[in-house]
Structure formats: structure tokens, C-alpha cells
Design a protein around this ligand. Structure first.
Ligand code: ADP
Length: 178
């Protein structure tokens, strides 16, 4: 676990599962265009949330790369899910800006809803093929840059599935400049 507090906003990196974040107001879904159940993070979230999540999401789709929409959490332990569509690496360009927009827009949805805490997975680095080193730097730099302007969100968590991804995100957090 790596943690840093920047102007009162705590950012932490842990190894774990996005559906086990009991103390977070929202979890972020690495969604697909149709906001439908699928593999990876989206599969796990929809499996635990139950069919009500897909029903709520259907009218919100399609979304474009970089966008984020918010829904209820249904049977998840979290009151909300923020669905982000990351860029497909090598296809959606400019990939770095679209990935940064995911994190910024997720935080915007959280602030509009008055949430205090949000947990993110590593968006785009699974099925969408974004290399994890640059993706981690973009993710961490974007939330560190946003931290001073956050009003309601006070806790951010990156939940990494693998030990190696935890190391990469943790080093990006330790090396980020405020
Ligand atoms: P994308 O389609 O945006 O690439 P994926 O869901 O395929 O998203 O994968 C994103 C990252 O999340 C990958 O590193 C993957 O290993 C990881 N991951 C998959 N399932 C979970 C889970 N249940 N909790 C946290 N991370 C997960």
C-alpha cells in the first residue's frame, strides 16, 4: 500500500478487487461503449451489482472515449458506480488525453453528486491494451493535478489487481510532483 495526502486529499494504491471496496462512495467501472456487462472490471461489477445495473445503464449508452456517467450501485457495497470509457490503445487518439479525460470526468461526476470517496481500477490497461507504465503515470498525474480543486472528494484509491501493477502505480504516486 502506498499513500499520499495532497492538500487534504488522500490518494492510495492498494492491491485488491474493485468489487470489495466497502468504504468507498463510488467505484469506477472500466466500461465498454454500451455500458453492458463484459469481461474484466465491467464483468465483475455487473456480476455483483446484479441485473438492475445494466437496466439503469442501457439508456445512458453509448458513451464516447474519455466520457464518464454515474449510476446507482445496486447490489454493490457502494452507493454509486461511475462508468468511464477508456481509449482502446492504438485506435482511439490522442490516447493520453482521452485517458486523462476519463479520470477528470469521473471526478467531475463524483463532485456533482457530492461524493467523498472514489475507487478506480487501472482503466484501459486490460482488454483495451494500454501499456501500464504510461497509463499509471497519466492516472496518477491527473488526480494529483485535480486534488487542489476538489471540494467534496477527500479520498481516492487505485485498486490494482496484480502486485506488479501495484508497484507501478505506487512508484508513480511516490514520484508525482504536486
Ligand atoms: P479495459 O477494457 O479498460 O482495458 P479491463 O477491465 O479489461 O479494462 O482491465 C483493466 C484493469 O483492471 C486490468 O489491469 C485488469 O487486470 C484489472 N482488473 C480486472 N478485473 C478486476 C477487478 N475485479 N478488480 C480490479 N481490477 C481488475
Amino acid at each position: 500500500m502506498t499513500s499520499r495526502t495532497i492538500v487534504g486529499v488522500t490518494i492510495e494504491c492498494i492491491q485488491g478487487d474493485i468489487v470489495d471496496q466497502l468504504d468507498m462512495d463510488a467505484v469506477v467501472n472500466a466500461a465498454n461503449v454500451q455500458l453492458a456487462p463484459g469481461g474484466g472490471v465491467a464483468g465483475a461489477i455487473h456480476r455483483v451489482a446484479g441485473p438492475g445495473l445494466a437496466r439503469e445503464c442501457a439508456p445512458l449508452a453509448p458513451i464516447r472515449p474519455g466520457e464518464a456517467v454515474i449510476s446507482g450501485g445496486h447490489d454493490l457495497p457502494n452507493p454509486h458506480v461511475i462508468h468511464c470509457l477508456g481509449p482502446v490503445y492504438g485506435m482511439d487518439e490522442p490516447a493520453d488525453e482521452l485517458l486523462a479525460a476519463c479520470y477528470r470526468n469521473a471526478l467531475a461526476r463524483a463532485e456533482e453528486t457530492g461524493l467523498g470517496s472514489v475507487a478506480f481500477p487501472s482503466i484501459s490497461t486490460g482488454a483495451f491494451g494500454y501499456p501500464v507504465e504510461p497509463a499509471a503515470k497519466i492516472a496518477i498525474d491527473t488526480v494529483v493535478d485535480a486534488a487542489p480543486s476538489l471540494k467534496t472528494v477527500q479520498r481516492l484509491r487505485f485498486v490494482l489487481h496484480s502486485e506488479s501493477d501495484l508497484g507501478i502505480y505506487g512508484r508513480a504516486l511516490e514520484g508525482s510532483s504536486v
